[in-house]
Design a protein around this ligand. Structure first.
Ligand code: SAM
Length: 277
């Protein structure tokens, strides 16, 4: 008998993936956590019935989220990751030799523990000496911490459930306060195809706080619409302009300096939807 996982992308639009085996399921304090092995996407993490990351395309998402802001910052020594409990963003962050410490703050310690056991290719960097892992609400953390960072990455789930707080205007204001001078933030900011109004609202929230705001996009086939957006807010350098190149030893599969520049090329409809002149 065939078993399929189905996620509703929009009312009237669903994506299904055939499951080979159910690896792990758990009702945590915050969400329904499932890890599947699927026929086409490989291993897959699902939270509250929404695909978070898959073996087949996670490299596109994580390399885009991490290397664009880190390579356009002059010296990213201290990095904060909010969310990202699977460990993929941490893995990419710790490839940068400039990074002395990367702090990951996820509200759900059970996602981190499940990733350590069942998502080894994402979570390999949790054991790195430079990694500091805190189980806490990201909104509360940025509002109260005395730590300061060069780069803040927001690797949240969609703006419903526990992640809703990570899209509020006060969250972006608090991020600006925890950044050192010249700091950069970068957040995953949803689908230009499925939810363009959400992309627009987040862009304007960030642009009210940061002197430089830049939107870029990348293909992520397992996310709604197959196309994803990221928004950077910068207190200094322009995230569009890379300052360094990735190293060969990082063995990147998506990011390159040419791709960096191309990700920022926005099509006319997206510019209009977001209100970018
Ligand atoms: N790349 C994924 C995406 O775009 O769907 C997100 C991956 S990551 C698994 C999302 C993480 O955000 C989850 O581990 C979840 O526990 C965490 N999270 C949700 N709300 C949070 C909050 N308020 N503070 C910190 N982490 C949060």
């Amino acid at each position: 008998m065939e078993v399929w996982f189905t996620e509703e992308w929009l009312p009237g639009l669903r994506i299904s993936a055939q499951i080979k085996s159910v690896v792990y399921t758990k009702r945590t304090k915050f969400q329904e956590l499932c890890i599947f092995d699927t026929v086409e996407f490989g291993r897959m993490l699902v939270l509250d019935n929404v695909i978070q990351t898959t073996e087949k395309d996670e490299y596109i998402y994580h390399e885009s989220l991490v290397h664009v802001p880190l390579l356009s910052h002059p010296n990213p020594e201290k990095v904060l990751i909010i969310g990202g409990g699977d460990g993929g963003a941490l893995r990419e962050t710790l490839k940068h030799p400039q990074v002395k410490e990367a702090t990951l703050v996820d509200i759900d310690g059970e996602v981190i523990e499940a990733a350590k056991t069942y998502l080894p290719s994402w979570s390999s960097s949790f054991s790195d000496k430079r990694a500091r892992v805190l189980v806490e609400d990201g909104l509360n953390y940025v509002a109260t911490t005395r730590d300061r960072f060069d780069v803040v990455l927001v690797d949240s789930s969609d703006p419903v459930g526990p992640s809703e707080a990570l899209f509020r205007p006060e969250f972006y204001s608090s991020i600006a306060k925890v950044l050192r001078p010249g700091g950069v933030m970068c957040a995953q900011t949803e689908s230009p195809i499925a939810t363009p109004a959400v992309v627009r609202d987040i862009f304007h929230r960030i642009s009210r706080v940061f002197p430089v705001t830049r939107l870029y996009t990348a293909p992520v086939p397992s996310y709604p619409g197959g196309w994803w957006s990221f928004t950077c807010g910068s207190l200094g350098s322009d995230p569009k302009v890379p300052m360094r190149k990735p190293e060969e030893s990082w063995e990147l599969k998506f990011y390159s300096p040419e791709i960096h520049e191309r990700l920022f090329i926005l099509n006319p409809k997206l510019k209009k939807d977001v209100g970018i002149i």
